[in-house]
Design a binder for this molecule. Structure first.
Ligand code: NAD
Length: 487
């Protein structure tokens, strides 16, 4: 299998200039070869996106919306097939790809498809005149994705961009080239003009070419803070608009009046879903002293029952991390935790057999790790690990935990567990994070804006808020009288 570009409605033959092997994280067997987009291919993608934009921007919102909703239905009709592709490419359990990844992509297309006809400006009564505003598209937008939720990220960017009348060139992560191509095919089948959604493969160099390209109006990245800073700086030279969805080290705060069972469930969801490779994860779990021991006991017992194994097995609950290099990076963090004095309560080892006794030693598996005896200054409590590593910290008072939770350059997410309704809101209102939960964690309905404070991002995805990031506002003044001139 060769993964090439999708330009002007077709998968290209590609040229094997710069290429690399794409591996299945569950066994490190090759899945195929990725051909990086050449400069000529990037220019061809821009030309084709420009042509599509000229057609697309003249369509009514309802016409655009219909195409998006068709694409959502196509993804849903291919749920099993695309979920399997995603699982083989990313290493996440098929149960997750089926329940979340593909459906969340379809939800975004349906939501923004439904909204497209309602995108409108405003009217202003003025003295002997009136004014109105129009929400106009920006032009060609570039989307650049991370590897943890490939099709969801592509759809979260494409859906609002296309609903607003833009075209998009999407570059998936160099580690997950597969399902963006499925989304591109779905748009074509749904009736989109050729070139409306093009895909170019490649690493950061191709991403940087898109950022620098003078005919690309906007860049939306999902990735690390380090890449976000480079893209922000690159876009600044042309004052391009950016949306940045970046990393985090988010706090999950459990007060002693919380429902213990639910709080433990949320802490596990906040750390072990998709092998812990989720940007919004609540990796600093602050537990109030009175319930600390009972929380830890239940968390350990339930974590040790997580079924690690073949991601394509429907009973598997935890799959393989994306690459050997990433596995080594996570293990380095675990070693750092141990050497800094934290106690590894469970996990953090590479299992040889899965929960059914099958040999999984060739894959990038790691048992879910829980650290206790942690303090805020340890590397494992400060840096984003992006793997199944949870650090527990105890606290006494509300004021103390708010200060400690906010003591980070990140600000993507935060969660609070309490049965005191006033405290729940009071604490959440003081946390410096863009995406928050009370009595749950990591739930991201399309209706709610998603994004970060501080170094975790710029702009918002999902919800009505995304519309303002994919349109520009034109004000029009209309005279009803004579021109009053001093000349
Ligand atoms: P990454 O920053 O290494 O790469 C992200 C994308 O940027 C890739 O497609 C990569 O090729 C591209 N890229 C790299 N350098 C570039 C450059 N100079 N110019 C343009 N593009 C460039 O991140 P990753 O390892 O793929 O993903 C993990 C990170 O993504 C984590 O930090 C995670 O928190 C974050 N993430 C954030 C969200 C969110 O919504 N906030 C969601 C998922 C992942």
């Amino acid at each position: 299998m060769v993964y090439t570009q999708f330009i002007n409605g077709e998968v290209t033959k590609g040229s094997k200039g710069n290429s690399w092997v794409n591996y299945n994280p569950a066994n490190n067997a090759p899945l195929g070869e990725i051909y990086q987009a050449t400069d000529d291919e990037i220019d061809a993608a821009v030309n084709s996106s420009e042509k599509a934009f000229q057609i697309w921007k003249t369509k009514t919102g309802a016409e655009r919306g219909r195409v998006l909703i068709n694409a959502a239905n196509i993804l849903r009709s291919k749920l099993q097939q695309i979920a399997l592709l995603e699982t083989q490419d990313v290493g996440k359990p098929i149960a997750e790809s089926l329940a979340v990844d593909i459906s969340s992509a379809a939800d975004a297309l349906e939501y923004f498809g439904g909204m497209a006809a309602g995108i409108h400006g405003e009217f202003f009564d003025l003295k002997n005149a009136f004014g109105y505003t129009r929400r106009e598209p920006l032009g060609i937008c570039a989307g650049i994705g991370a590897w943890n939720y490939p099709i969801q990220i592509a759809a979260w960017k494409a859906a609002p961009a296309l609903a607003c009348g833009n075209s998009m060139i999407f570059k998936p992560s160099e580690l997950t080239p597969v399902t963006a191509l499925e989304l591109a095919k779905a748009f074509m089948e749904a009736g989109a003009p050729a070139g409306l959604f093009n895909v170019v493969q490649g690493d950061g160099k191709v991403g940087a070419r898109l950022v620098d390209h003078p005919r690309i109006a906007k860049v939306s990245l999902t990735g690390s803070v380090a890449t976000g800073k480079k893209i922000f700086a690159g876009a600044a030279s042309q004052l391009k608009q950016v949306t940045l969805e970046l990393g985090g080290k988010s706090p999950l705060i459990i007060f002693d009046d919380a429902d213990l069972q639910n709080a433990v469930s949320a802490a596990m969801l906040a750390n072990f879903y998709t092998q812990g490779e989720v940007c919004s994860n609540g990796t600093r779990v602050f537990v109030q002293r009175k319930i600390f021991d009972s929380f830890l006991k239940q968390l350990k017992e339930r974590t040790e029952k997580i079924r690690i194994g073949d991601p394509t097995d429907p009973d598997t609950q935890m799959g393989a991390v994306i690459s050997k290099a990433h596995l080594e990076k996570i293990i380095r963090f675990i070693d750092s935790g141990k050497s800094s004095g934290a106690r590894l309560l469970t996990g953090g080892i590479k299992p040889e057999k899965d929960f059914k006794g099958k040999d999984i030693s060739s894959g990038n598996f790691l048992s879910p790790a829980i650290f206790t005896d942690c303090n805020d200054s340890m590397e494992i409590c400060k840096e984003e690990i992006f793997g199944p590593v949870l650090s527990i910290l105890s606290f006494d008072s509300e004021e103390e935990v708010i200060d400690r939770a906010n003591d980070t350059p990140f600000g993507l997410s935060a969660g609070v567990f309490t049965n005191d309704i006033k405290r729940g809101h009071r604490v959440i209102h003081q946390l410096q994070a863009g995406t928050c939960w009370i009595n749950n964690y990591n739930i991201t309905p399309i209706e709610l804006p998603f994004g970060g404070y501080k170094q975790s991002g710029q702009g918002r995805e999902n919800s009505l808020a995304a519309i303002q990031h994919y349109t520009q506002l034109k004000s029009v003044y209309v005279e009803l009288g004579n021109v009053e001139s001093p000349y």
